[in-house]
Ligand binder design. Sequence first.
Ligand code: SF4
Length: 327
Amino acid sequence: MSSPRNHGSSPAEAGSYPDQPSDRSRWIVESRENRLRAVLDPRRPVAFWVEEERQADGSIQSGITILIVNRECPWRCLMCDLWTHTTQRPVEPGDVPAQIEFALDTLRSPARGWIKLYNAGSFFDAGAIPTVDHPQIARLCRGFGRVIVESHPRLVGSPTWRFRDALDGCLEVAMGLETANEEVLGRLNKRISLSDYDQAARELKGMDCGVRTFLLVQPPFMKPSEAEEWACRSIDHAQGCGSDPVVVIPTRIGNGAMERLMRSGDFSLPSPSLLERVVGYGVKRGRGRVFSDLWDLERLAAGDDDVKVIRHRLEWMNRYQAEVGAS
Ligand code: SF4
């Protein structure tokens, strides 16, 4: 997915990341500078495709991923660049179902293992996806074994259970925990604590919903020498809360804020080999699926990493949940 970004020079160079939480969103939005938002049609998804994913029972199932167009997420997480593919105004009731219908009609795929409705925010944010659309979205998801949506942990609640009840398949909710390091988590402007995530995961499990967790490898404000240990501890934490799968994402630049943190020495890019070691830890533990997010992996390549070989090994681990060569 490409975005019309302009990585120009930096008039907002001065000023370090605020200590005061109330000042952080402004700093993060200012850091966007002249990065552009994509021009989007609210009746058409950003993108959609068919792909395979390993399931908890070890089978490989095909499913459909749809990236939904909707209003920008009201949180302003430090590392997030998803706003580039969102609108500034809310979409109208009926727009999101129209996007899903368009994707399904265009793909005409028999893949029915699962469907991911990713909206660059929270599915249960009524300002993003009108709640009045939930029943129609549930109807469009008929026949899919599993429906996967994203949500900020604080928005898990009554609308989640109503949507679950309207589905004929299982509901899985993907949440960004980002890191189990409380101090770093607190600085990401996500405005959750570890216990907020724990509680949301507990409620989801208690309501028979699946939990998928996104984790960052080497987030800002974490010493590179501690990044591997914290990523592994974060996998353990998410799995201890019943998350399966856990998706490990190398922290990237691209939203302006991360570039500023690089310049101030508060962030450095994780290497592909670090990502591989973290995922290797997770698959060896065997407590649940651990996937790596491989989007734009090549931009992380540094030093002696052979990124093509690492990408191949990570794809293997995603599919087989074992290290290459492990019997
Ligand atoms: S909650 Fe998710 S989508 Fe919203 S700003 Fe944070 S990372 Fe981005």
